[in-house]
Design a protein around this ligand. Structure first.
Ligand code: NAI
Ligand code: COI
Ligand code: MG
Length: 348
């Protein structure tokens, strides 16, 4: 029996979590998967109910889980909160040591027309952003906000850089064996260290090709020639920005999933997007990012390849048929999309 802790969070979080759990129930039934779910407050919802975005009970439940599903957190109503929802997310990632955030981006031929970019540019794009998740400027101290100045600190240890690079190179070994290491080594000390360690780690993986790119020019190349990339490895802030940018390639932020892996075998799965307060509560959010995150959990945490693939292929098949939520130019509601996915899984 696999215990899954679900943290719907805020904004569209509950809607997309419900969507993913409905699909999970159907696929579990079809493949006789032994699963149990348990929901906990997190983010803004936890601030409202418990005065803190990461209550002790939520953290303890996550630590005792076999897999964690997270919707999204944050929203304008908590902007002035003493501890913001986003700090709860960072605290959870740190507490569980989830240092490797894996964000796959793929454009199957059948859905290439959904991209705002030319089909000949995006068709066949298939790469993974490997983002360092527990270091860098989101965590560095000191951090100060004063009336006339402010300070953030970016720190990385060699060990933190080495382990994320090794993770990315390992992923590349199972793919097309090209690593693009992204930094800003022409300016930043942390990036100079990053580049040096990338060279060292590359020597441990002689079958993998390493190329270095500066973050500014790679932001352009990503859109110009997305099919070039295989595994992009980068630090926390750059990975956050580049992966949202990368969502334009398949067509929307609403379809990109992610996995965050740690050291003890416990992983968390979440969409790459935020809580989308502008569309929350309207049953119009694209649930694909959350459904695909759930599928990643079935594969990567539980080893259930066939059900994971069926969920992924069904989502893309439904989109290819023109069943599209508003972010992809359609009029399908969240619940209608989920119904279409479930119907297809049951019919197959
Ligand atoms: N992991 C998390 O929980 C994250 C939380 N946030 C938080 O989310 C809140 C909103 O941040 P934003 O900058 O607006 O980013 P966002 O990712 O929530 O939304 C950006 C745009 O994409 C759209 N969008 C996002 N997901 C969608 C989906 N599934 N279907 C259709 N459209 C979708 C939104 O409607 C919005 O127009 C903030 O409080 C932010 O801190 C932001 C990023 C990650
Ligand atoms: C809300 C931030 C802390 C994180 C973020 O934007 C992300 O992980 O994609
Ligand atoms: Mg982000």
């Amino acid at each position: 029996m696999k215990k899954i802790v679900c943290l719907p969070g805020d904004g569209i979080g509950q809607e997309i979590m419900n969507s993913a759990l409905q699909v999970m129930t159907v696929i579990a039934d079809k493949y006789q998967l032994d699963l149990v779910t348990e929901e906990h407050d997190f983010g803004g919802a936890a601030i409202d109910n418990h005065g803190h975005p990461l209550p002790e009970a939520t953290l303890a439940a996550c630590q005792a889980a076999d897999g964690i599903l997270l919707g999204a957190i944050g929203g304008p109503q908590w902007e002035e909160a003493e501890v913001r929802p986003e700090q709860g997310l960072l605290a959870l990632r740190k507490a569980l040591n989830l240092y490797a955030n894996i964000r796959p981006v793929t454009v199957p031929t059948a859905t290439a027309h959904l991209s705002p970019l030319k089909p000949e540019i995006v068709t066949g794009a298939d790469f993974v952003v490997v983002r360092e998740l527990t270091g860098g400027i989101y965590f560095g101290e000191p951090r100060e906000l004063n009336q006339e100045d402010a300070l953030d600190t970016c720190t990385y240890t060699a060990a933190e850089i080495r382990r994320i690079l090794r993770k990315g190179f390992e992923i590349a070994q199972g793919r097309r064996k090209l690593v693009t290491s992204v930094d800003k080594a022409n300016v930043l000390a942390t990036s100079k260290l990053w580049r040096k360690i990338a060279e060292e780690v590359a020597s441990e993986f002689p079958d993998v090709t390493l190329e270095h790119h500066l973050v500014d020019s790679v932001a352009m190349k990503l859109i110009q020639e997305p099919t070039h990339f295989d595994v992009i490895i980068t630090e926390n802030l750059f990975g956050d920005i580049l992966s949202d940018e990368a969502s334009v390639i398949p067509g929307t932020l609403g379809i990109l999933p992610s996995a965050s892996h740690g050291v003890g075998g416990l992983s968390l799965y979440e969409p790459i997007h935020g809580s989308a307060p502008d569309i929350a509560g309207q049953n119009i959010a694209n649930p694909v990012s959350m459904i695909l995150s759930m599928a990643m959990m079935l594969r990567e945490s539980f080893g259930w390849e066939a059900p994971a693939s069926e969920v992924e292929e069904t989502c893309y098949a439904v989109m290819a048929e023109g069943v599209l939520t508003g972010d992809l130019g359609g009029t399908t509601s969240t619940s209608e999309f989920v119904e279409a996915v479930i119907k297809k899984i049951q019919a197959a």
